[in-house]
Design a protein around this ligand. Structure first.
Ligand SMILES: Cc1cc2nc3c(=O)[nH]c(=O)nc-3n(C[C@H](O)[C@H](O)[C@H](O)COP(=O)(O)OP(=O)(O)OC[C@H]3O[C@@H](n4cnc5c(N)ncnc54)[C@H](O)[C@@H]3O)c2cc1C
Length: 501
């Protein structure tokens, strides 16, 4: 089985250079996902000199791990947003997301991007009473969203109630980002891969970004890294990092449903769609979310997806499996804009499961803000907004959870290496010589011992047995078995230790 997202099977074989020489630009964008590449496209269009620094490969972060669905609604029912805010806020969310979807459609047409884009209906339904569709329909009508009550037979699932939204869309997210990046890469907008930003130094009006081999000096910096890099207490304490999984499946009866399907079953949400490569259709199922670093058994989450698909379809075989991360904001809306008053750093985060559109919107909003152009939606998403009442419940819940993790891990001494062995292909946190170590034994018995303390804010990492990584339960940093950063806010990897096991 392929342990990479399905999109990689149909993507461009394209490489961008590594940054080796110092550079001076108007704006440096950190991260080349949908947010970073859209931001760069928009800034370049406004005549600014831009550099995009990507630690790995263009589009292969969360954008290339997503489901590739484009919807003007979000994961939260619109009536929940209305209850927290008001109808005007819902209208703005829907309208701004529509504008971003139009941008994607326009770009695809203008550049003739072949990324399997197609208009689709979106079907949301439940058998657990978790959504009030009557309320949802009323709000949809008031906000001008084209929708109707979902009729039996339209989706390959049994459900109580549901809604159909027309004029939504699907694409291959990785192909889209790669093509967009290719179209903007030149001497005024240079994109670099394998160029991780290790330090951000903001002393005067210039900001210096250090990679392993060079320094970029910029007037403005955009953190298009899904979650801001480094210590940003006001954001990291309001963002909940969640991990979810995807599987690709071949079906025995070759009947593959067309559409965007969001089913709520027994208080769990599953997203299902079809994607075809070279005439071969695959069913994709995404879900089984948990907080990063807090699953007892990550493999069980992938198994849960498989069981769900087997209960509803005739499965021939599972072809792909992968994981990806979401950051949920405390007040249901993403944070997009200047990091704080007077700062030359900008952030775009808290997209939850709606970031292909929100990331695109962020690119448009940030470019407007940086170039001093008014945008009717800037205020709504303003990163430095302060909404203690709107964020209070989730803020308290997320931070109690982080505090509980810290206390649990602080008082948990780790397994004693003398008492408990590590199986081949397994990782375990152990107490050795008074230090907490993240110990991994590979498939031929070679042991790697790293410090188990996350360099971001000092929490203890946990073993992820499905993706073979060390995941931090506090703010979502993840590290590979050699300790290198995979994703999350940490700049640096887990320290290598000299302790002998
Ligand atoms: C399983 C799953 C399914 C989803 N499905 C959908 C969907 O169908 N529709 C939807 O709208 N949303 C979906 N989402 C959410 C959406 O994918 C994300 O919100 C969105 O892709 C975020 O884009 P981004 O560009 O901000 O982040 P990313 O795509 O993660 O890009 C950030 C980039 O920054 C780079 N980076 C990080 N640190 C550094 C550093 N120090 N130096 C240099 N580069 C760095 C990373 O390598 C990465 O490439 C899904 C999410 C998941 C997990």
């Amino acid at each position: 089985m392929d342990t990479k997202p399905i999109w990689i099977d149909k993507s461009l074989m394209i490489d961008f250079p590594q940054l080796n020489d110092d550079l001076q630009v108007d704006v440096a964008v950190i991260g080349a996902g949908i947010t970073g590449i859209t931001t760069a496209e928009q800034l370049k269009r406004r005549g600014l000199k831009v550099a995009v620094l990507e630690s790995r490969a263009v589009g292969k972060g969360t954008s290339g791990q997503s489901t590739g669905n484009l919807y003007t609604v979000t994961e939260y029912p619109n009536y929940e947003i209305e209850e927290k805010y008001d109808l005007d806020t819902v209208k703005q969310v829907v309208q701004s997301r529509k504008v971003a979807l139009e941008y994607i459609t326009e770009k695809i047409n203008q550049l003739n991007i072949d990324c399997d884009f197609r208009e689709q209906s979106m079907y949301i339904f439940e058998n657990d009473g978790s959504i009030d569709f009557e309320k949802e329909k009323i709000i949809a009508q008031k906000t001008g969203l084209p929708c109707s009550a979902l009729k039996n037979g339209k989706v390959p699932f049994n459900f109580n109630e549901g809604i159909e939204y027309t004029n939504q869309a699907q694409f291959n997210p990785l192909l889209y980002v790669q093509h967009l990046a290719k179209s903007i890469h030149d001497e005024t907008c240079s994109i670099y891969e394998n160029s991780r930003v290790l330090e951000i130094d903001e002393k005067d009006e210039h900001i210096r970004l250090k990679t392993e081999s060079a320094t970029v000096t910029a007037n403005r910096v955009v953190h298009a890294t899904h979650t801001p890099m480094g210590l940003h207490i006001q954001y990291h304490t309001t963002l909940g990092p969640y991990r979810e999984y995807g599987i690709g499946v071949k079906l025995r009866n070759h009947i593959y449903p067309e559409g965007i399907f969001w089913g709520h079953f027994e208080n769990k949400k599953y997203s299902v769609r079809t994607y075809t490569i070279d005439g071969e259709p695959y069913l994709l199922c995404i879900g089984s979310m948990h907080k990063v670093g807090q699953a007892k058994d990550n493999k069980a989450h992938i198994q849960e997806l498989e069981t769900f698909v087997r209960n509803h379809f005739e499965v021939e075989r599972i072809t792909h499996q992968w994981g990806g991360q979401n950051y949920k904001s405390a007040d249901l809306l993403p944070y997009i804009g200047q990091k704080s008053a007077g700062s030359n750093q900008y952030i775009a985060t808290g997209f939850s499961t709606a970031g292909l559109i929100y990331g695109t919107l962020a690119g448009m909003l940030l470019a407007d803000e940086i170039s001093g152009t008014e945008n009717p939606f800037s205020e709504l998403y303003k990163a430095s907004r302060h909404q203690p009442l709107k964020a209070a419940n989730k803020f308290a819940k997320e931070n109690l959870n982080v505090a509980a993790q810290m206390i649990k891990d602080f008082t948990f001494p780790g397994f004693d290496s003398k008492d408990l062995g590590v199986e081949m292909g397994e990782g375990k946190v152990m107490q050795v010589d008074g230090k907490k170590l993240a110990v991994y034994k590979d498939k031929v018995g070679k042991v790697t011992a790293l410090s188990a303390i996350c360099p971001h804010m000092g929490c203890t990492v946990h073993w992820n047995n499905a993706e073979e990584s060390w995941d931090c339960p506090c703010h979502g940093s993840r590290f590979d078995i050699s300790g290198s950063v995979i994703e999350g806010p940490a700049f640096h990897g887990l320290e290598r230790t000299k302790s002998s096991i």
